[in-house]
Design a protein around this ligand. Structure first.
Ligand SMILES: NC(=O)c1ccc[n+]([C@@H]2O[C@H](COP(=O)([O-])OP(=O)(O)OC[C@H]3O[C@@H](n4cnc5c(N)ncnc54)[C@H](O)[C@@H]3O)[C@@H](O)[C@H]2O)c1
Length: 358
């Protein structure tokens, strides 16, 4: 299915849609770019930066344009379903940001549309496309760990970033919006092995006092059907000016013949400046000290974009143009990840273990 040129539409022209649009505009195979956002101003500003060919507030107009073959859905988490289904029904290849949706009902409606239309859908679990995690997958594929016995991972970020996320998605929590990346990777590494049970505990003080349902700290254990145990934790309650500007994490994989230890706190990538530096995600939030590689999406530097979302976007466009296999998350895997994050929240809320259906 090789093709010489590809038209792209980006629905949702915010932070991540902006990255997708800039990266698409710079891709040598992309010959047409359509942008749609419910805010005309946002779409217009991005169109000026990218030289887009079509700018609209009518998502369907962009999706159905005959010159468009591939569609990025970069709207907020709770607002993926309609545009994804419309694009699948229009016969376009679709890439939706993570999580696939916030509810299993929405995820099932999307998967139904994938099966009905036969159109391709991939989900933006960009953490996989950070070189560290991609190399870990390769070592596992080469059998260097033997059988995986367990995984432990935890991710930290500041309360400033969670409060920014809540502005676009009031139902977001650190678990359904961020730990979801780490659930995706754990299941990717344990490919073919079924998660069966979740236990979790959470502490809620700071965000609760602000009126949010997000917990301050959540720890979970997921058991797989071969007995493998995966311990995942998250806290987005670190002080607002702590130097992380995205995700600071550890990810450790223990096999019966080997081990991988990923230290992604990025404390070794330090900037300190008296002038203050802008936060990559939170507007008007200048900080003096920054762990530079913690931006989890991608950074602009010296004329181009670098980081997980840049690699992920380019490789999806390459995949569409060349037919080469890709490592992007498939819809059923994204649905399973959603079911696990929902189970983590339920287990933390009730204190009971949650069995995961087959
Ligand atoms: N992979 C990553 O690194 C990463 C990082 C952050 C966010 N995300 C994901 O990207 C998605 C968007 O997050 P963001 O940070 O870009 O949000 P954002 O608020 O910056 O952008 C969302 C944009 O969508 C527009 N919009 C909202 N509803 C719309 C609709 N129905 N039709 C058209 N436009 C609409 C808004 O006006 C806004 O411009 C979310 O799913 C989020 O989880 C991914």
């Amino acid at each position: 299915m090789e093709q010489d040129a590809l038209g792209v539409a980006v629905i949702g022209c915010g932070r991540i849609g902006g990255l997708r649009a800039n990266l698409s505009a710079a891709h040598p195979g992309v010959n047409f770019l359509a942008l749609s956002d419910r805010s005309r101003t946002r779409a217009d500003v991005l169109a000026q930066k990218t030289g887009a060919d079509l700018v609209t507030t009518d998502n369907l107009l962009a999706i159905r344009d005959d010159r468009v073959g591939a569609v990025f859905i970069s709207t907020p988490e709770h607002d993926h379903r309609d545009s994804v289904i419309q694009a699948l029904e229009a016969g376009k290849a679709v890439f939706v940001e993570k999580p696939i949706a916030f509810s299993l009902e929405d995820a099932d409606a999307i998967i139904d549309a994938v099966e009905r239309t036969g159109s391709e859908l991939r989900v933006g679990y960009s953490r996989r496309h950070d070189r560290r995690w991609m190399l870990a997958k390769e070592q596992i594929l080469q059998g260097r760990l033997g059988e995986i016995l367990g995984i432990q991972s935890r991710v930290y970020n500041t309360r400033a970033q969670l409060l920014e996320i809540l502005k676009r998605a009031p139902d977001a929590t650190p678990v359904n919006d961020v730990l979801t990346y780490y659930v995706d990777m754990a299941c990717w590494y344990l490919d073919g092995i079924r998660p069966v049970e979740v236990v979790a505990r959470a502490q809620s003080k700071v965000f609760k006092a602000m009126g949010h349902k997000a917990a301050d700290v959540t720890w979970a254990i997921i058991t797989f059907d071969n007995g493998a145990v995966v311990n995942l934790g998250i806290s987005y309650v670190l002080p607002a000016t702590y130097p992380t500007v995205g995700q600071s994490s550890r990810f450790e994989i223990i096999g019966d013949e080997g081990v991988i230890l990923l230290d992604a706190d990025n404390k070794d990538s330090l900037l300190f400046t008296d002038r203050g530096a802008p936060h990559s995600y939170v507007p008007d939030h200048n900080i003096n000290m920054m762990f530079m590689q913690t931006t989890s999406a991608a950074d602009f530097a010296v004329g181009d974009y670098w980081g997980a979302v840049a690699s992920e976007t380019r490789s999806w466009l390459d995949h569409l143009m060349t037919g080469r296999p890709s490592s992007h998350t498939e819809p059923r895997a994204a649905r399973r990840t959603l079911a696990i994050t929902l189970a983590i929240e339920e287990a933390a809320r009730t204190g009971a273990s949650v069995k995961l259906p087959a």
